[in-house]
Design a protein around this ligand. Structure first.
Ligand code: UDP
Length: 194
């Protein structure tokens, strides 16, 4: 996709429909994506955290323009006009798509009661989506979490551990995750259950 850079950090210049279309096509072609909702907070953190910078510059494969500040920065820097796509917007679109196509989804993160409630909300709102598995975000045994994911082989893995924890977690395991999409969704589980 068309990319712009803000302070050396890439952002994909696609609107929500183009983003969704690309992800669907990539799934059909069996390509994997590590999606990051990019915003000024992550870029500022990346300026001080080299591990995060490498993830944002080289490991994430699709970086959506989530933060309003990025839209402004792109204009000031004379880059193209970005159309804002928030993480939660894309998350909900992917859930709609998963529901339409009966895709398998794994929900990792959030407090135990939030993760539990999320499963109820999702099964009511998206009855045709397959909840392949779920795991709250305070489990220390990452080997166990990985076995769980490996066992059920979800199409989509949503990780809500807050930033940069979720990006670092996905980056660490991405190459071996049996998923088409791994996306950090921050506080979205709280929003959906709130
Ligand atoms: N979270 C988690 N495990 C942790 C820390 C945070 O599952 O070890 C969850 C937290 O419960 C919340 C989400 O991560 O649902 C987002 O956390 P926060 O608001 O701190 O991050 P942000 O959305 O600001 O990136």
């Amino acid at each position: 996709p068309k990319r712009i850079h803000v302070l050396g950090f890439p952002i994909d210049n696609l609107n929500i429909d183009q983003t969704l279309k690309l992800i669907i096509k990539e799934c059909e072609n069996k390509n994997k994506h590590f999606i990051v909702a990019q915003n000024p907070e992550k870029i500022i953190a990346g300026l001080k955290d080299n591990e995060l910078a490498i993830i944002l510059k080289h490991k994430a494969t699709l970086l959506i323009p989530d933060g309003f500040g990025l839209i402004i920065a792109a204009i000031i820097l004379g880059e193209s006009r970005l159309s804002r796509v928030t993480g939660i917007q894309l998350f909900e679109k992917l859930l709609d798509y998963a529901n339409e196509e009966g895709k398998r989804v794994f929900f990792f993160g959030g407090k135990p009661e939030v993760n539990h409630r999320l499963i109820k909300v999702v099964s009511q709102r998206y009855p045709n989506l397959i909840i392949a598995g779920h795991q709250h975000g305070y489990e220390k045994d990452h080997g166990m979490i990985l076995s769980k994911i490996n066992e059920v082989k979800p199409d989509f893995l949503f990780v809500a551990l807050g930033s940069p924890r979720q990006e670092k977690w996905i980056a660490k395991y991405f190459d071996n995750l049996p998923v088409y999409v791994a996306m950090g969704v921050g506080g979205s589980f709280d929003v959906l259950t709130g």
